[in-house]
Design a protein around this ligand. Structure first.
Ligand code: ARG
Ligand code: ZN
Length: 858
């Protein structure tokens, strides 16, 4: 194995750059295979001594280097070039030639369908030219683009368009200037032919901003929701944080080939088209929600990310954790706070807890990185957002805002650290956050054990909280953390509720309440106030009291989930197939109350996912849990058939509109239909078929398909054929079809996957397709993926070997479900280890996969 793959960067080794580049003029002569890039930098030495200048560069053909106008021979080095004996300040000119059409990594400059586009975060700019590709080098850019006019009528880059004109040979050019200094990761270029939707927004100080949305030809009618979302986000950031947009134009371009969701390049966001395009016929309520939230996320980055950026990539959570928190606040304000919170808790419990329990465990500010792309993780993003949320809880809304104001006042225009952020919060509020800072350096999910005592004589009720973080793959020693623990104390006598937010700092702490006449019930972690697991022994009756009487919706949902999970684990352990009455009664009583809060009850009626259950016990009883879950679903379906039917029938939404009320109704009906499909009720198949035919929107259509997918109804295949005939030319909609097939339990799962991958719409080069087929199978088809003969693991590994040379970032995401091997039973562990060895044997394995496999086998 090569030396290079093994080198890790360490936070502790950070050194400020020896040279800054104040200005960069970039010229692109676009060509599929030989794009010529000219880069002219104004370079200034920062150190007194005669330091070398190191420039990153990858996959570049070097045309020439000139220092102060004189030809210069750089020293070729690992991943770049080195220049020596330089003046204190000079002009540096570099010419490179790149091959965008063969750049399948979708990093740097590449072609998506017919358009040129870029993705530079984190370290993609070095695939465009030799440059100090690190976020603490901040530069003002001027960019000239030259391309064929007919094929590429739109030539875009960051900032403002200064000038444009025609050239001979059918070519034209455009010159852009971004007045804000920025790191190279925020550079963007787009050239292509699009439909353009325009709108405008007037900021509260009166600046007129032109909004432009560029989409594939023929897709303009699917762009309005994205534009509306953008305007909402702009208004919200002004009102909530006093933050205004700072350029005259804000551009969003939707492309089909994209590794991630979207990218916040200054003034020119690039988006996966999946997070832009929506109309009722082709997009679901979830799509509408996601578009609104991703559009907002990228917009919010303009302040938390661009105006104030990261000093180095170890600080990624500085911008991502904070911006995810901000987009969650925004989504909550736009719709239903409770539902937004439950979504987020699921992400934490299904994915982040799993990451922390596996070989890739890292703190939200990692200390050691082999491949930076591997750290765009649920830990950095989502646990990072939970850490910001805890600050918000501890400081309160007003205190948090003061901290944000101070942060911008101090650091606008700078590249800073997570410590700088916490310091601003601390100084603005005059509090001591030194213990809180440990969240940035300590990995792992703390376990909070809850004990209670009640003294009948005095009525005193005490709560004892013990926190413990188990050792993780990356870190042995753990310390207590500072966390807000929100509790509700339910007094059964008069159904009154007391709410407290406890500031927990010690390993073990006791809190006293009372007096009470009778022993109250405590519900812990209202709003999921800290990213921890709670261990608390409670009776069924106590849980039921929380389900009925707690005020916080998360607590009610969580108590129901916990009651269900507990029995599912019991059933899984004993192999028992009889369902306890208490569960039937629980569902019966929830179904009777549905109208009180359809959105919340829709969530409560859904069984905990396999992925969540898997995080609650180790080793994971794969077969037992899947069987128990199926058994319970069927039993509920068959015992409560009339209620499911009646609840579904009561719902009528009228013409489709994306509103919270309608979305809640549709979601609830979808849940009911999934049970009905398992019910054996006479006529259920024709009923579902009717609903499919009547549906005028993708949400309801997909609800029927999902219900059939989870059942054995033959209708599934018939409807899927019909769906395919209708949508076969629409790749985004076909992703839903691919995912339904790939997620379906069936005996011939793997041959089905092969058929899907041979489909005319499938392409191994398109990340959305790969995720919808291979990703859905590996993440959400546990029976197929964890097949005890190891065929699922082998299938995934074969695919990784195929896709890794094409696009290592995509391959590296897909391996995630195998990283949980440590929690599986011995035989599955062995099967997966065998696949890891196969990967390691491959001499060309990317650094991305290598890092994960290496850590897994450690
Ligand atoms: N900054 C982008 C966002 O979260 C994500 C960019 C991810 N890039 C990557 N190479 N992993 O909004
Ligand atoms: Zn982001």
């Amino acid at each position: 194995m090569s030396v290079r793959r093994d080198t890790a960067m360490k936070l502790a080794d950070y050194q400020p750059p020896a040279y800054q580049i104040s200005e960069l003029y970039l010229e692109f002569e676009l060509d599929d295979h030989r794009t010529r890039v000219t880069a002219i930098s104004q370079v200034q030495r920062q150190t007194s001594q005669d330091a070398p200048l190191y420039l990153n560069g990858e996959a570049l053909e070097l045309g020439g280097v000139w220092v102060a106008g004189q030809p210069y021979q750089p020293e070729m080095a690992e991943g770049g070039i080195i220049l020596q004996d330089l003046p204190a300040s000079f002009e540096l000119k570099i010419e490179t030639i790149i091959d965008p059409a063969n750049n399948s990594s979708l990093e740097g400059l590449y072609k998506s369908a017919g358009a040129f586009c870029t993705q530079c975060e984190a370290e993609g700019f070095r695939k465009i030219t030799y440059f100090p590709d690190r976020p603490d080098v901040m530069t003002r850019y001027r960019v000239r683009i030259v391309a064929d006019k007919q094929a590429y009528p739109y030539l875009l880059s960051n900032g403002n368009l200064l000038d444009q004109g025609d050239l001979d040979g059918g070519r034209h050019w455009a010159l852009w200037e971004d007045p804000f200094a920025k790191p190279s990761y925020l550079f963007a270029l787009v050239a292509g032919d699009f439909d353009l939707l325009s709108d405008s927004f007037t900021t509260r100080s009166g600046r007129d901003v032109t909004l432009q949305l560029y989409v594939d030809k023929g897709n303009a009618y699917r762009g309005q929701h994205a534009l509306d979302s953008l305007k909402k986000a702009m208004a919200w950031d002004e009102q909530k944080y006093g933050l205004e947009y700072d350029l005259d134009v804000y551009m969003i371009v939707a492309v089909d080939f994209f590794n991630m969701g979207a990218m916040e390049n200054k003034g020119l966001n690039l988006f996966n088209s999946k997070y832009v395009l929506a109309d009722p016929a082709s997009a679901t309520d979830d799509d509408y929600f996601n578009i609104e939230s991703v559009i907002a996320h990228e917009y919010f980055h303009n302040w938390t990310g661009n105006r104030v950026t990261c000093r180095d990539w170890f600080q990624l959570s500085l911008k991502e954790g904070l911006t995810v928190f901000r987009d969650q606040q925004f989504s909550a304000d736009m719709g239903s706070p409770a539902i937004v919170r439950l979504k987020q808790v699921r992400v934490m419990r299904e994915h982040q807890f799993a990451e922390d329990a596996g070989p890739m465990s890292h703190p939200i500010r990692p200390e050691e990185v082999m491949e930076m792309n591997n750290f765009y993780s649920v830990t950095v993003y989502d646990k990072g957002a939970e850490v910001i949320r805890m600050l918000h809880t501890l400081l309160g809304e007003a205190g948090f805002r003061q901290g944000m104001d101070l942060y911008f006042k101090r650091h606008d225009g700078q590249a800073v650290t997570c410590d700088d952020f916490v310091q601003a919060m601390q100084d603005a509020n005059d509090v001591d956050l030194s213990a809180f800072r440990r969240w940035y350096s300590q990995s792992g999910t703390p376990q909070l054990t809850v004990g209670t005592t009640f003294e009948p004589q005095t009525g005193r009720f005490s709560l004892s909280l013990t926190q413990l973080t188990a050792a993780t793959a990356d870190q042995h020693e753990k310390h207590p953390l500072h966390m807000p623990v929100a509790v509700e104390i339910l007094d059964g006598a008069n159904n009154s509720v007391q709410k407290h937010t406890l500031s927990v700092t010690q390993e073990k702490q006791q809190f006293d309440f009372g007096p009470f006449d009778n022993e109250p019930v405590t519900a812990i972690l209202a709003g999921f106030s800290a990213p921890v697991r709670v261990k608390q022994i409670q009776s069924d009756a106590q849980k039921q009291q929380i389900i009925l009487h707690a005020q916080d919706p998360f607590l009610r949902w969580d108590a129901a989930q916990s009651l269900i999970s507990q029995y599912l684990h019991e059933m899984a352990g004993s192999g028992q197939t009889s369902v306890p009455d208490v569960l039937i009664e629980l569902f019966d009583s929830m179904l009777r109350r549905v109208d009180q809060d359809p959105a919340l009850f829709a969530e409560m009626l859904e069984l905990p996912s396999f992925e969540t259950l898997a995080q609650q016990n180790s080793p994971i009883r794969v077969d037992g849990l899947l069987d128990a879950r199926d058994c319970l679903k069927r039993k509920l379906a068959r015992t409560l058939t009339d209620q499911w039917q009646a609840t579904a029938d009561r719902i009528s939404t009228g013409a489709y509109q994306y509103t919270q009320q309608q979305a809640a109704q549709r979601r609830l009906r979808g849940v009911c239909l999934a049970y009905l499909a398992l019910s054996n009720a006479p006529g259920v198949e024709s009923h579902l078929h009717q609903l499919y035919l009547q549906s005028d929107n993708m949400t309801d259509t997909l609800a029927v398909l999902k219900a059939c997918q989870g059942s054995e109804l033959a209708l599934f295949d018939r409807l899927m054929e019909d769906f395919e005939a209708k949508w076969r030319h629409d790749s985004l909609v076909m992703d839903k079809w691919f995912a339904l097939h790939a997620g379906k339990e069936r005996n011939d799962c793997l041959s089905k996957l092969q058929i899907l991958m041979a489909h005319a719409m499938y392409s191994i080069n398109n990340p959305n397709r790969v995720r919808s087929v291979v990703g859905t199978f590996a993440f959400y088809n546990p029976r197929g993926f964890h097949a005890i003969d190891g065929s699922g693991y082998k299938f995934l590994t074969d695919y990784l070997l195929q896709t890794d040379p094409i696009n290592p970032q995509v391959a590296s995401r897909l391996i995630t479900p195998m990283l949980a091997f440590g929690q599986l039973d011995e035989s599955r562990q062995d099967l997966i280890r065998h696949q890891f060895l196969r990967l390691l044997d491959s001499p060309q394995l990317s650094r991305d996969l290598y890092e994960k496999v290496r850590k897994s086998l450690r």
